[in-house]
Design a protein around this ligand. Sequence first.
Ligand code: FAD
Length: 470
Amino acid sequence: GNVEENFDLVIIGAGPGGYTGAIRAAQLGLKTAVIEKDATYGGTCLNVGCIPSKALLQSSEFYHEAQHDFSNHGIVIDSVKLDLAKMMARKNKIVGDLTNGIEFLFKKNKITGIKGTGKILNANTIEVTDKDGGKKQIQTKNIMIATGSVPVELPFLKFDEKTILSSTGALALDYIPKEMLVIGGGVIGLEMGSVWARLGSKVTVIEYSEQVCSMMDQDCITVLTRSLKKLGVNFITSAKVTASRSIGGRVELDYESLKDNSKSSIQGDVVLVSTGRKPFTDGLGLESVQVEKDERGRVKIDKNYRTATPNIYAVGDVTFGPMLAHKAEEEGVAVAEIIATGHGHVNYNTVPSVIYTHPEVASVGMTEADAKKAGIEVNVGKFPFAANGRAKARGATDGFVKIVADKRTDRIIGGHIVGAGASELLGEIVVAMEFGGSSEDLARSFHSHPTMTEVIREAALAVDKRQRQG
Ligand code: FAD
């Protein structure tokens, strides 16, 4: 093909890692292009991940509250009806607005957006194939691989997105299945399971481990599972799904107990397979530049995000670390800064992670179990929302805040919240940790009264057994 312009940086993939990295690179004066194979920019997160899932979580929570909680406030609604098509259209509109917004950000920052599939030919040349098969080559000084991840399929459950769903199919059902089976009780399984349970499906989560979301603070998960069970979600833990068959348009799963090896089966109208995601590098041409991958398919990088070919970098889901949008974003920015200035940095001790269920679980840093494993002695302060005036006024008394502080220095090394709005509340603890703050620092900071944030201060005070409100 014909050779086009010469760029300082070409980014493959326009997800949070790619588009955020592109904006930072352009701000730093690098001539930057982003290649995206899908019809819209924004990657998994904007198109089929964070954003559409949160739209449906919000809508389904309102629906559930209108049916079950408004009456507690003396608000009587005689009949609550659901217009699923409208709920889905609203979600699609939000996704459309945001993905178009990336288009605008590229223009504003003078970033060249290229629609097509990128393939690395050598360390300085990328071939782009557009949807009609047209090919062109682009020259560049640096390459950022930000090609993200895709859902993992089970060998006996191939996605058809009608009865056998990945998260993408579960975000787009046009009816409410009577019974939904969810394989994998991770964040995505619990979030999508919550959406459909609130809308009326009988949801059963089948989980391999003894406990769902085993990486999170287990006291938080206990509160969450109690609430999900109240919603009608059924949990089968320590169980391995071994086979599936289609029975009259429904799906039947066989599973085996890991405790006593007993075998059972269960039927549903649809099954969501949410057992994990894997890095996506198909057709990327990594073999032609000897970029290495580990046994899980993750692109290998050094601490400066460099692959074995030094002008080729990788960020986000395609490489190591938690598969989270904000983690991909910060890495994209760090790489842009490394290329432009020689320095870039991500603080991996303060990457927050959230389950957007009801109640939400939000967590940063070490759990008590992590600290124990690392041999760090800690003081832990814990305080419930039930003792907080604003939480009572909101009817959001379920949950607590837990602060984990280093016993020797009082420095905060972890924060864990379960409760309504936990995702937003956690920000305060993340910032305190970024500043190297102690529990005493949080305890001495003003917190508006009455707010849910007072519970964070009470937990910080409780580290030193000085809580005031309970
Ligand atoms: P991606 O967003 O996956 O983007 C990669 C892009 O590269 C894609 O657009 C892809 O089409 C493109 N691409 C791949 N190969 C090529 C090629 N050869 N040429 C051109 N383009 C290519 N994270 C959170 O932090 N919070 C959440 O609430 C959250 N919710 C989620 C809910 C769901 C249902 C799912 C599935 C994920 C969720 N995530 C969430 C995870 C989040 O979406 C990912 O961590 C994030 O999108 C990773 O960003 P990325 O830039 O690394 O890759």
